[in-house]
Ligand binder design. Structure first.
Ligand SMILES: C[S@@+](CC[C@H](N)C(=O)[O-])C[C@H]1O[C@@H](n2cnc3c(N)ncnc32)[C@H](O)[C@@H]1O
Length: 265
């Protein structure tokens, strides 16, 4: 059966990959780490630049780790820079060629939010996990993001991001829906929670604001916003200025809310 296709909103512009490569298992998969044991086999779906994958591989070593992403360029980049022990492969979560029950753990970080049929993806991840194994997923929930000080251009940035992602077939407010999606995918034993990233130190706010100031003007997101007629170049420049204004505020604080699920297969 064919699965509806979504367009990946962020793309793999240097500013996006730089942001994704900041991620570690400690800051993005802490809910999963206590469940990992040496020797487990693990599949990381939508691995991007693979920094989280590399940490997960260290946690299950000498267990075999496979990482897949639908974008061949980012898979090649991950294979060059992260964890030579990982098998890096191009693949679509909806059509992975592995036999049923191959992996003790199947993980996806910030992937389901970009799919038109996240329930089908979770069903596929369930098929690939061994009996008693784990499926783990964590996704952002954009409507739940909070920040200070109030910068009107950031309200417009958030509205634009959510509009473009929905036009692409994804769900920007995925975090709150993960438990529901897991139930629809047939999981009976699900632990659902949440966790955040918080950017409030001078270094963190400078980094977070500068990556978004670039992303909103130069990445695939910017191209799509313009192509769909959801923003003008002047709108994007104003949002980038808003990000710089926020980043320069001495009391700036930004929290990224995520939902997360641990599902027992
Ligand atoms: C937001 S990035 C997350 C990357 C990585 N998991 C991380 O958190 O750093 C989402 C990734 O999912 C990939 N992706 C999108 N749709 C996919 C699909 N259908 N199957 C596999 N990967 C997909 C994208 O190419 C992108 O690299």
């Amino acid at each position: 059966m064919s699965v509806p296709h979504a367009t990946y909103t962020h793309g793999h512009h240097e500013s996006v990959v730089r942001s994704h490569a900041w991620r570690t298992a400690a800051n993005s998969a802490a809910y999963l780490l206590p469940h990992l044991r040496p020797g487990m086999t693990l599949l990381d779906v939508g691995c991007g630049p693979g920094t989280i994958t590399a940490d997960l591989a260290a946690a299950v070593a000498p267990g075999a780790v496979t990482a897949v992403d639908s974008d061949g360029g980012i898979v090649a980049q991950a294979a060059r820079s992260a964890a030579p022990t990982v098998t890096w492969q191009v693949g679509d979560v909806h059509h992975l060629p592995y036999p049923d029950g191959t992996f003790d753990v199947v993980h996806a970080h910030q992937v389901l939010q970009h799919l038109a049929d996240p329930v089908d993806a979770l069903t596929a991840m369930r098929r690939l996990s061994a009996p008693g194994g784990l499926v783990a997923a964590r996704d952002a929930d954009y409507a739940a993001f909070v920040w200070h000080p109030h910068v009107p251009a950031l309200d417009d940035w958030l509205a634009l991001y959510r509009r473009v992602t929905r036009a692409n077939g994804g769900e920007p407010d995925a975090g709150r829906r993960l438990l529901s999606w897991a139930r629809q995918a047939g999981f009976g034993d699900v632990t659902a929670g949440s966790s955040t990233w918080c950017f409030a130190t001078p270094a963190d706010r400078a980094w977070w604001s500068s990556t978004w100031a670039t992303r909103i003007t130069s990445s695939t997101l910017a191209d799509q916003a313009l192509a769909y007629g959801h923003a003008t170049r002047a709108d994007l420049d104003r949002m980038a200025d808003g990000w710089r204004e926020w980043g320069m505020a001495e009391d700036a604080w930004f929290t990224v809310v995520h939902g997360e699920i641990l599902c027992r297969a």
